[in-house]
Design a protein around this ligand. Structure first.
Ligand code: PMV
Length: 386
């Protein structure tokens, strides 16, 4: 039998959003996108894989539950990794014929717009690449699982190139800057809701593609310009510029959802209140010190620099009181520091309790890494915890 290979992989949160596919089968996007990869010490997917001659079928367990391996996206990822292994002549045909067992778990809510599928597929594909000794870039294979997953294959700041080849061979992710480039960059994820999204990103993209005029303008005009500008801002560590582009791009993505027919919304009243609060805070500071961005769900991801974290946390705690204050802020430790109560009261009225469930404090981090202990599969190839 093979060894057990275990990988942990990060989530990524886009600052230039991917929205719309030019090929649904190959998951080829309409536009380039840019994201930051977040630290696996706070949020990650973990996946163990192994192959054995006596396994009867490919099997997968996700977050403690056996799931069907017939999911076409899963099948595509496994098939493509195996064909790379064949092309790279890394393993023999006998090994390739053995069935695989996969066990995976996330340490954060799935399908709540928290990029869980991105981390999950980046993790799966990297673990399979270890199993089959594939050495080449696997971002185009992770893309077949979930488009945004291709960006989780690298750490730091990452660009997913839409590409133009019909076979998708140039639709890959590349690193803009590594995880150490902008060490002060932090992210605060404000968890507003953990329920599954009503309109999946696949369905939403399909409706937008078929009906929105705004998406055409975005793809042709806005994204190319913003992508170049935000890459420059990242390279020069120009936070004000980075923040403005991030917020405008999030707003435009959600405008496209409303411009779609029938329209659909991911942001809630609480999300909109967060937007208002960030703008008030930035006005108070005299320049953008915090940027919000929202994916296909109500949760906010705030990007900000380390120095701002204590005051912004004090503002969030003031505006969004919690009935479990001890468990409200999770993730990386924070320094003490607060705005005066006069400033806090000027910026926000305290809202009803628990509108924000909790906050995850994290930073930019590395891409997927192999770990040698804590495997999720035992020696017999079955999940350690069942
Ligand atoms: O990869 P998917 O199909 O989950 O789509 C993700 C789309 C957004 O999260 C809304 C934007 C992005 O670029 O991550």
């Amino acid at each position: 039998m093979s060894d057990i290979f275990t990988v942990i992989a990060p989530v990524n949160i886009a600052v230039i959003k991917y929205w719309g596919k030019r090929d649904e089968e190959l998951i080829l996007p309409l536009n380039d996108s840019v994201s930051a990869t977040l630290d696996t010490s706070v949020m990650c997917a973990k996946t163990s894989v192994c192959a054995r001659p006596d396994f009867n079928e490919d099997e997968i367990w996700l977050n403690g539950k056996k799931e069907s391996f017939s999911n076409p996206r899963l099948q595509n990822c496994l098939r493509e990794i195996k064909s790379r292994a064949t092309a790279e002549k890394t393993v023999d045909d006998t090994f390739l014929s053995w069935k695989v067992h996969v066990c995976s778990q996330n340490n954060f809510p799935t399908a709540a717009g928290l990029a869980s599928s991105a981390a999950g597929y980046a993790c799966l594909v990297t673990a399979l690449a270890k199993l089959y000794k594939v050495k080449s870039d696997v971002s185009s294979i992770a893309r077949l699982g979930s488009g945004s997953a291709c960006r989780s294959v690298y750490g730091g700041f990452v660009r997913w190139h839409a590409g133009t080849n019909p076979d998708g061979s140039d639709s890959i992710a590349t690193q803009i800057a590594d995880a150490k480039h902008w060490p002060e960059m932090r992210a605060l994820i404000l968890v507003v809701g953990e329920s599954k999204k009503k309109v999946s990103s696949t369905k939403g993209m399909r409706v937008s593609m078929a009906t929105s005029d705004l998406i055409k303008h975005r793809v042709e005009y806005c994204v190319p310009k913003r992508t170049e500008e935000i890459i420059k801002a990242i390279k020069e560590k120009n936070f004000a510029q980075f923040a403005e582009i991030t917020m405008k791009d999030s707003n435009q993505f959600h405008s496209i959802c409303l411009d779609s027919y029938p329209p659909f919304v991911y942001m809630t009243d609480v999300s909109h209140y967060i937007v208002e609060l960030v703008h008030k805070y930035n006005d108070f500071c005299g320049e953008p010190k915090v940027a919000y961005t929202f994916d296909a769900g109500p949760n906010a991801c705030l990007y900000l620099l380390e120095d701002e974290v204590p005051t912004v946390i004090s503002l969030i705690k003031h505006a969004f009181p919690s009935s479990t204050p001890d468990r409200f802020i999770t993730g990386l430790d924070i320094e003490e520091g607060s705005l005066s109560s006069e400033v806090l009261n000027n910026l926000a009225q305290p809202q009803a309790k628990d509108l924000i469930k909790y906050v995850i404090h994290t930073k930019v981090g590395e891409g997927p890494t192999e770990v040698n202990s804590g495997h999720l599969l035992s020696e017999d190839g079955l999940p350690v915890e069942l």
